[in-house]
Design a binder for this molecule. Structure first.
Ligand code: IPM
Ligand code: MG
Length: 357
């Protein structure tokens, strides 16, 4: 089969890590007889520099017409002072909206080989954890009305959180379906003790729950969830939450795995075309030094094969290769911890993974 993949390398370490994933995909293609055709598009700070806007129409069109999108990362201090609606991050939000990607799956699990890199107490780490955050991605405060106005105390700024029943229903269904394929436990995270959107969220999740009697559902306030994630991560199987809560909790979940450099994500909508990206940012401090960890992007490519192309054997092959290099003790700088290993560069790590495919 032929698959058209749009590459949005972005800024900072984006190009290095996407290159790593492309090499891996090429090797998988050779092994299993698929052809992956890559087309590059600019988005983020690099697009702003070239076109004066972070998300050119050509990029949106190219991504829409592809079978899937592989994205590196966007942003960096270089663009800190550009007008807010031209910021590199706008490209990411714009792509999510334009492609209708309302679901963001962010799995986080502890690799036995990396238990030493985890920041939690050993007795907590030993119990292990394997969870998925299902984050709503095209609604809530990220896309609500915002602005500046004259308020009671002079100039003020506001951002609004709004969720429709339809938006909550569709993300809840994805979460229940995800839980059904796993340990059948769903925790819905909100702030229903304060927010009206959260009360609607909770009510809607409970209604959809009636369709999924086999899944055990419970609710947790977001502040408590933030605490439980570091106290007892093993109690989470699938967690569903709003755009902003999901943004925050997924960084927290990634840190307890040992490194944010390991976590992939999939952004999905109603069609097969998804966008796959590491959950980490563009790490401008290490861009160009070769220190970046390509694993999160390589694992994102595996998710692409699994979710958009239904190539689960090929996806397993990539995930097993990443597991194998970790088991063998190979490390990039971010996960070297006190292992005593000599850190590998992004290219070296990619090569190790490719050898094991
Ligand atoms: C993420 C990022 C983005 C977000 C930023 C870069 C806009 O933090 O994908 O988690 O907040 O969604
Ligand atoms: Mg984030």
């Amino acid at each position: 089969m032929n698959y058209n993949i749009a590459l949005v390398k972005g800024d900072g370490i984006g190009p290095e890590i996407v290159e790593g994933a492309v090499e891996v995909l090429k090797k998988v293609g050779e092994k299993y007889g698929h052809q992956f055709i890559f087309t590059e598009y600019l988005a983020g700070g690099c697009a702003y520099d070239k076109y004066g806007k972070p998300l050119p129409e050509e990029t949106v069109e190219g991504c829409k017409n592809s079978d899937s999108v592989l994205l590196g990362a966007v942003g960096g201090p270089k663009w800190d002072n550009v007008p807010s609606d031209l910021r590199p991050e706008k490209a990411l939000l714009g792509l999510r909206a334009a492609l209708g990607l309302y679901t963001n799956l962010r799995p986080a699990k502890i690799y036995p080989a990396l238990m030493g890199a985890c920041t939690l107490r050993p007795d907590i780490v030993e119990r292990g954890f394997d969870l998925v955050i299902v984050r709503e991605l095209t609604g809530g405060i990220y896309f609500g009305e915002r602005g500046r106005r004259e308020g009671r105390y002079g100039e003020e700024a506001y951002d609004t959180e709004a969720y429709s029943v339809m938006e909550i229903e569709r993300i809840a269904r994805v979460a229940f379906e995800t839980a059904r394929k796993r340990r059948k436990n769903l925790i819905s995270i909100d702030k229903a003790n304060v927010l009206e959107t959260s009360r609607l969220w909770r009510q809607t999740v409970n209604r959809i729950a009636e369709e999924y009697q086999d899944v055990e559902v419970s609710h947790m306030y977001v502040d408590n969830a933030a605490m439980q994630l570091v106290r007892e991560p093993s109690r989470f199987d699938v967690a569903v939450t709003s755009n902003m809560f999901g943004d925050i909790l997924s960084d927290e979940a990634s840190q307890i795995t040992g490194s944010i450099g390991l976590l992939p994500s999939a952004s999905l909508g109603d069609s097969k075309c998804g966008m796959y990206e590491p959950i980490h940012g563009s790490a401008p401090d290490i861009a160009g030094t070769g220190k970046a960890n390509p694993m999160a992007t390589i694992l994102s490519a595996a998710m692409m094969l699994r979710y958009s192309f239904d190539l689960s054997e090929e996806a397993d092959c990539i995930e097993n290769a990443v597991n194998a290099v970790l088991e063998e003790g190979f490390r990039t700088a971010d996960i070297v911890g006190n292992s005593g290993a000599e850190p590998l560069s992004c290219k070296e790590m990619t090569a190790k993974i490719i050898e094991r495919l």
